[in-house]
Design a protein around this ligand. Structure first.
Ligand SMILES: Nc1ncnc2c1ncn2[C@@H]1O[C@H](COP(=O)(O)OP(=O)(O)OP(=O)(O)O)[C@@H](O)[C@H]1O
Length: 361
């Protein structure tokens, strides 16, 4: 296992990149902890695969270095990087038994038979595959085959990192939850450094200790699921994480107050120096807006209420913009509730899409 350092790293597919927009991966500096579980999360085309390919050795970056521990691997081919990889589609030998498939990476390295046996049985137990160890892979379902691929990825203890590229794509929806849970348990038990690429926020948030959110070739935030929820560093993280995402509204800020169409919204922190920003916005998650009939709330018009079981999502018009408000399951929503109140402690301020810290008010 190894710490992974990305130093001054950037990549352009075109030769002689001139401007920032020529880079599919914009310059980044990160250190990922030894034994950490990281998810690379972002929409299609944001650069996840480019970054993963640089880490796995499929791609040599146009700039910067990749270190595994203290070793510079930037130009080493994949087979010399001591990594395991799990892809979108199962990579298994159909004519071999499940046992032999799982044992393959260890036998390939000359591991002693009794150690192979112990490890294969351990992995099979964690994956719930003990009963099928003697069966040929041929004839197993796609789910079961992908479980074998996951197991093969995890079977070696001495890899620097395990890279997962959207590994649950072929898995039936009801099995996804189970496999995510198993992967998390495998990580807890074996402590590998893991990097998991996905565009699915649920997968990223349940699997990773740290989620690396990418947008337009850039890492816009690396944080725990709680960081991403509570303090999105960029408005994109606010939109992308959460269902529905954060409400982002243009506002004027004066000290510890935000103003929208002249209406005051109190803030819990004091802000200054925003005059030079091209855009100033406040962000507040639907969970921290309350629909009310209190006269001190701001005017809002309910357009639609979606009952999603555990809660209700209220879609409302707020000065010509849609805002989403989450109401409790049992809340009855009437015409009299035509006001909204923001929780001051849960409002973030953004200048040119990036969060502004502010000072204690
Ligand atoms: N071989 C290539 N040659 C030129 N441009 C490429 C190449 N591969 C990717 N790109 C471009 O680089 C950018 C990042 O692509 P990348 O595949 O890394 O994104 P991604 O986040 O993995 O997307 P997806 O989830 O769709 O796989 C995109 O604009 C893409 O068009």
């Amino acid at each position: 296992m190894a710490k992974i350092t990305l130093s001054n790293l950037a990549h352009a597919y075109r030769p002689n990149p001139q401007s920032r927009s020529d880079f599919a991966l914009k310059q980044m500096d990160h250190v990922w902890d030894d034994g950490g579980a990281y998810a690379l999360l972002g929409p299609s085309g944001c650069g996840k695969t480019t970054l993963l390919n640089i880490i796995s050795g499929l791609l040599i970056p146009s700039q910067g270095k990749v270190l595994f521990g203290e070793v510079d691997v930037t130009r080493l081919p994949t087979e010399q990087r001591n990594i395991a990889q799990v892809f979108q589609f199962p990579v298994v030998y159909d004519t071999m038994t499940v046992y032999d498939n799982l044992a393959f990476p260890l036998r390939n390295r000359g591991t002693e038979a009794h150690l192979v046996d112990a490890r294969v049985r351990d992995i099979a137990r964690m994956l719930g595959m003990t009963d099928v160890l003697g069966k040929k892979a041929q004839g197993l379902t796609a789910d079961a085959k992908q479980k074998i691929s996951l197991g093969r990825g995890m079977v070696r203890e001495d890899v620097s990192a395990i890279l997962f590229d959207e590994p649950l794509t072929v898995i039936d929806p009801h099995m996804k939850w189970e496999l995510r849970t198993q992967l998390k348990a495998l990580h807890r038990e074996f402590g590998h450094t893991m990097i998991y690429v996905t565009h699915d926020q649920t997968e990223a948030l349940t699997f990773a200790d740290k989620v690396v959110v990418m947008y337009d070739g850039e890492v816009v935030q690396m944080g725990t699921p709680a960081d991403l929820f509570e303090r999105p560093a960029h408005t994109f993280v606010g939109y992308f994480i959460g269902s529905p995402g954060m409400n982002v509204l243009p506002a004027k800020i004066d000290g510890a107050s935000a103003y929208i169409e002249g209406c005051q919204i109190p803030l819990s922190r004091h802000y200054s120096g925003l005059e030079t920003a091209k855009t100033v916005e406040i962000g507040c998650r639907p969970e921290f807006l309350t629909l009310t009939d209190r006269p001190d709330g701001l005017p809002v018009q309910v357009r639609r209420v979606e009952d999603v079981g555990r809660l209700k999502i209220v879609r409302a018009d707020f000065f010509g913009r849609e805002v989403n408000i989450i109401a409790p399951e049992g809340a009855s929503i009437s015409d009299r509730q035509n006001r909204v109140v923001f929780d001051p402690a849960r409002i973030n301020v953004y200048a040119d899409s990036w969060i502004v810290e502010g000072k204690a008010a």
